[in-house]
Ligand binder design. Structure first.
Ligand code: URP
Ligand code: ZN
Length: 441
């Protein structure tokens, strides 16, 4: 038996904040009290005076080792989970992406083999990347026998992993029967494809046309159709990576109580001005949806503050500029979509959200762990500092600073979309399942 006592810190949960000592026995939290004094000599003590004791982060949207025509995303489960830990995230939710015609269950087993090198806990959303009625039984099996609580659908990526609105409607009907969740990438695939082809015909092939081919309306139109279907099917829906104020307007109009909404750090702290260059390096910002205006950033912050957005996930999916992104040097359509944030999510949200007074400490915890635990069915073990929960804990130093750089990053990638960003507030000690995994001086 191993005991770890965290003394003198401030516990912050999604709905509460208090001074306490926290005692861990092996991989569980066993006591939380104003003052814990132990006579055992074998107990290891950490002094957390002036620090926050927060639940290990839960990042509900990452793509490690994601196969694409330009090669796999540049972080595998080992390097990506190390980067997550370094940033205070102890649980990730990645994806099963079945190929056309492939059984969901076979694809799930294969994905688990790939994910086995993860140093932290992981769960999987099962992608529905093609559809016929035979998948209904597989969905049921995944829910009843494989612990799956969510199914990922893409309206973008027409012709590869994207499905149609009609297919999505069928998926929602099936998933609603079992009270599970459908997560949706809302970009209208037909409109994106039409815009891409139009630009290509006109010889407009540089990076900036990636963003221009996916304007905010393309997201908002898809959001509207999805919300109509969510109302008709009564399915629980989670909208991934919402980037635009226009989408939030629609979300408010539908006022669906079962709806849950995610955004990402890059839609909060970066904006579309980065595309205003002919330097191919801007390909590092090619993600879908693309970055939006500063006004969109501002609206998203307001929506976080008003609790209208439930989670901040990274959509971590980095690709190297050299050897991967450069597949699209002469045609933006070929640039693999995605960027890395897994290591910075909690700190970016603290620095630019909490310290700038946009969100509270408790909201920060809700957005980075508490809410995701509830939405994806893991709140019995994760997402708060409570007796009986997993000892996944971050001791957060609110004064510690660093500047983000490819020189000091853990993620595997030759570029970094946050290069030069100043962070204030960083994990000091990261404890995963009761074991100290990272200590920063
Ligand atoms: O650009 C992105 N978001 N890449 C990862 C795959 C996805 O669309 O979520
Ligand atoms: Zn994604």
């Amino acid at each position: 038996m191993s005991l770890l006592l965290i003394k003198n810190g401030t516990v912050v949960n999604a709905n509460d904040k208090f001074e306490a000592d926290v005692l861990l026995e092996d991989d569980k939290i066993i006591r939380i009290e104003k003052s814990i004094v132990l006579s055992e000599v074998s107990v290891k003590v950490i002094d957390a005076m002036g620090k926050y004791i927060i639940p290990g982060g839960i990042d509900p949207h990452v793509h490690l080792d994601l196969p694409t025509p330009a090669g796999n995303s540049s972080d595998d489960f080992y390097s990506g989970s190390r980067a997550a830990l370094a940033g205070g995230t102890t649980t990730i939710i990645d994806f099963v992406t079945p190929s056309h015609g492939e059984s969901l269950i076979k694809a799930l087993h294969k994905r688990k083999e790939v994910a086995a090198t993860s140093c932290i806990d992981y769960a999987l959303h099962v992608g529905i990347c093609w559809w016929d009625a035979s998948l209904a039984a597989e969905i049921e099996y995944c829910i009843k026998h494989k612990g799956i609580t969510s199914f990922k659908t893409y309206l973008a990526y027409k012709g590869s992993i994207g499905i149609t609105y009609d297919e999505l409607y069928d998926v929602m009907k099936v998933v609603a029967r079992f009270n599970a969740t459908v997560t949706v990438h809302c970009e209208d695939g037909d409109k994106v494809a039409a815009n891409q082809q139009q630009f290509f015909r006109e010889g407009k092939t540089s990076v900036r046309f990636h963003a221009l081919s996916r304007p905010a309306e393309v997201e908002a139109d898809a959001v509207e159709k999805v919300l109509q279907m969510a109302a008709a099917t009564e399915c629980k829906v989670y909208l991934v990576h919402i980037s635009a104020a226009k989408s939030m307007d629609i979300i408010h109009r539908y006022n669906n109580k079962k709806l849950r909404v995610e955004t990402c750090p890059h839609y909060l702290v970066l904006n579309e001005k980065v595309y205003d260059s002919d330097n191919f390096e801007t390909a590092k910002y090619v993600m879908s949806p693309p970055l939006r205006s500063e006004k969109d950033n501002e609206v998203l912050w307001q929506q976080l503050a008003a609790n209208h957005i439930d989670t901040v996930a990274t959509d971590h999916c980095p690709f190297n500029l050299i050897g991967q992104k450069d597949a699209g040097r002469h045609n933006f359509i070929r640039i693999p979509n995605g960027a890395g944030s897994i290591e910075y999510r909690t700190s970016l949200l603290f620095t630019y959200g909490v310290l700038s007074g946009k969100i509270s400490l408790c909201q920060w915890v809700a957005l980075t762990s508490g809410n995701a635990a509830g939405i994806f069915g893991i709140s019995n073990t994760k997402g708060s500092i409570e007796v009986g929960k997993d000892a996944d804990i971050v001791i957060w130093n609110p004064d510690k600073e660093k500047v983000i750089s490819i020189e000091n990053q853990f993620q595997h990638c030759d570029s970094n979309i946050y290069e030069g960003f100043q962070l204030k507030g960083l994990p000091e000690t990261v404890i995963f399942k009761g074991k100290i995994d990272f200590v920063y001086d």
